[in-house]
Design a protein. Structure first.
Length: 492
């Protein structure tokens, strides 16, 4: 009995293991029992044709066993063996004793040329790409998209827009995630609200009112999948194609990409030491939306003055325009008291306020929010529901608990301290080591610093050296619409 008990599992485990690794199942084979062509010939021909159109790696080239093929197709094993034997004989298959049957490494020359026209030349036409896609100012191709918007691979340091994800409170987050799954169960696995989790919207409204001097209630909040989606939804809600949007120059490059995708005409506006310059000539078209980052302008780091904030609001009110307030890095202010959000001092419903948890927690969560004037809310939700329905209900519910139980605020305070220490260390080391070549422009807030080159001729050399050693500063020209920012680098 002991011998039988040890042998039985071995005999069963082998075919199970082979089936588990047999990715090729030939589901599209159809055998016609009324045809004059024998079944084994039909099977041979259809397997050969499927191999002809397939691409097989080492992990996907194992064929099912003859027993499995016979059972699946409802035919005898002898029929299967006849078909496989012919494929073996013609060089399409190879056998490995103890492992199974595989597609041959080199297929027969006749197989490679079968069915191809011998005289007519193939006509190659370029794929038709829409003007919308071609207009997006993004030169990346192929695998360059694999690294995301920042182009930063693992281990690369000093890349702008990369938060300290190694400080993410994974243990706390996973505990809260487990708790919300246990409490809400399958409800979190269904389609969810297009406007976002109700508890999360309440938590965000309370946080913004307390810490960003916002004036809002949960029904004004729409949960989105990050800042780009917030911008796209807002642009599509208030602008028709061809209408004008003002953006800061230089500007967060994704803003230009998103507004271009929305079919908007972009008008770059310069930045001075108070923020976006809103002067307008008589011939210049009136904007329908003005994109600003008042808490921390990226990439120059300017914090918009209170006087400029009120001037922008007055301009928007006078010209029936909306302001899109990207409250970038507002939580990480290191000098002076925090300034209220534009939304908090807006008395005429002109501000669309947006924020995310990408820099506070981690970019991978893809969670952000819009605080919209009430007349815009339903339209924003309609567009969101047509776009991708909603963000992850599980992540939304977990973030709601993370905020309401106090972890969010304590994490912000902790990260502000960490970033302040790293910032001070970076400034000291940079000035000691590179002060002869650069002048640092240290902002009041945010996670990036601008380094001005003292000698213009050093630019190409330093650009080449930093690339060679894996440091990835961004030239300000990358974020600019107009020339004039060539010889400055943005540093994280």
């Amino acid at each position: 009995m002991e011998i039988r008990a040890t042998r039985m599992p071995d005999k069963k485990s082998r075919p199970q293991k082979r089936r588990r690794h047999s990715i090729m199942t030939f589901e599209m084979i159809r055998l016609d029992r009324t045809s004059k062509e024998p079944l084994h010939e039909q099977l041979y021909r259809q397997i050969r044709d499927e191999l002809k159109s397939g691409r097989f790696s080492d992990g996907s080239s194992r064929l099912p066993s003859s027993r499995t093929l016979a059972t699946d197709r409802g035919i005898s094993r002898s029929t299967v063996r006849l078909a496989l034997s012919k494929l073996h004989g013609e060089g399409y298959l190879r056998s490995e004793p103890g492992s199974g049957t595989f597609v041959a490494n080199l297929l027969p020359e006749t197989f490679l040329t079968a069915g191809q026209p011998k005289t007519d030349q193939a006509v190659h036409r370029l794929a038709r790409i829409s003007d919308r896609a071609k207009a997006i100012p993004d030169r990346r191709v192929g695998s360059q998209f694999d690294l995301g918007a920042t182009g930063a691979g693992p281990g690369v340091s000093l890349v702008a827009s990369i938060p300290a994800v190694d400080e993410f409170p994974i243990t706390v987050w996973e505990r809260l995630r487990t708790q919300v799954l246990a409490k809400k169960g399958v409800n979190l696995l269904r389609y969810s609200s297009n406007r976002g989790d109700a508890d999360l919207r309440k938590a965000i409204a309370a946080y913004l009112c307390d810490f960003r001097a916002a004036r809002c209630h949960p029904d004004q909040i729409v949960i989105v999948a990050g800042m780009q989606q917030a911008m796209l939804l807002s642009a599509m809600t208030v602008l028709n194609p061809g209408e004008v949007a003002w953006i800061e120059d230089p500007c967060y490059q994704q803003a230009r990409r998103v507004l271009t995708l929305a079919g908007v005409k972009i008008a770059p506006k310069p930045i001075d030491n108070q923020g976006i310059v809103i002067a307008r000539s008589a011939k210049e078209p009136t904007p329908r939306i003005i994109y600003v980052t008042p808490s921390h302008q990226f990439p120059l780091g300017v914090t918009m003055s209170f006087q400029r904030r009120t001037a922008v609001l007055d301009f928007a009110r006078a010209h029936n325009a909306f302001i899109f307030e990207d409250d970038y890095d507002a939580e990480f202010r290191f000098t002076g008291p925090p300034l209220p959000s534009l939304q908090g001092i807006d008395n005429s419903g002109r501000v669309i306020y947006a924020g995310t948890v990408s820099k506070i927690l981690c970019p991978a969560l893809r969670l952000g929010y819009i605080v919209a004037p009430e007349p815009l809310v339903d339209s924003l939700i309609k567009i969101r529901s047509a776009m991708d329905q909603h963000s992850s209900p599980i992540d939304q519910a977990t973030l709601a608990r993370f905020i309401t139980e106090g972890f969010f605020l304590s994490h912000i305070k902790r990260m502000r301290k960490i970033y302040a220490e790293r910032r001070d260390f970076f400034i000291k080391q940079f000035n000691e080591l590179l002060g002869d070549r650069f002048t640092l422009q240290v902002p009041e807030a945010g996670l990036n610093i601008v380094a001005w080159l003292k000698r213009e001729e050093d630019f190409e050399m330093i650009k080449r050296i930093t690339s060679d050693i894996g440091v990835r500063p961004s030239a300000l020209s990358f974020s600019a619409s107009r020339p004039g920012h060539r010889h400055r680098f943005g540093k994280a």
